[in-house]
Design a protein. Structure first.
Length: 162
């Protein structure tokens, strides 16, 4: 059997890759799972949300003017309002990093302690909290493997959590 593409749709029932299975009467792509035989279609709403997210990221990361995104600025803000609620996740990789830098910064009244790889600057983990505390840094350090060297600002919360 052929290996499935990484872009293949995942089954909503069992989570395995699905295969293309023709089109429905409206012309939408139909997908079928070989394992549990569940079928699904690519709905217009999911395609619309994907294109809205792409336009939102283009505007956010590239500073493209809102009026250049195919609609007026007010319509764009209304359509993309749900994008502000997305919360990115970093999955732990289990790799022991030699140097990790940890510090907290305040954003809109909340504290965001972050752990960053000291060699390449890659964000390893973050944890939202109300203030820098031992519990916040313990939750942060549980997400990463213990490093060889920890670089920090010497706050009591970090020292106790180590």
């Amino acid at each position: 059997m052929r290996t499935r593409s990484k872009r293949a749709r995942k089954c909503p029932v069992c989570g395995r890759p699905m295969r293309k299975n023709g089109h429905d009467r409206n012309g939408r792509q139909r997908w079928q799972c070989d394992t549990c035989k569940a079928t699904t279609t690519a709905t217009i709403k999911s395609r619309s949300r994907a294109s809205t997210l792409r336009a939102f990221l283009d505007w956010l990361l590239e500073a493209a003017p809102q009026r250049r995104l195919g609609c007026d600025a007010r319509t764009f803000r209304r359509r993309s309002a749900w994008c502000w609620d997305l919360e990115p996740r970093i999955h732990p990789d289990g790799v022991v990093h030699h140097v990790v830098m940890a510090d907290g910064t305040y954003v809109n009244g909340w504290c965001l302690p972050t752990a960053v790889d000291g060699n390449d600057g890659e964000a390893l983990a973050w944890q939202w909290c109300s203030r820098e505390s031992t519990a916040a840094y313990k939750a942060l350090f549980e997400q990463i493997a213990p490093p060889d060297v920890l670089v920090c600002d010497g706050m009591k919360g970090i020292q106790r959590a180590c």
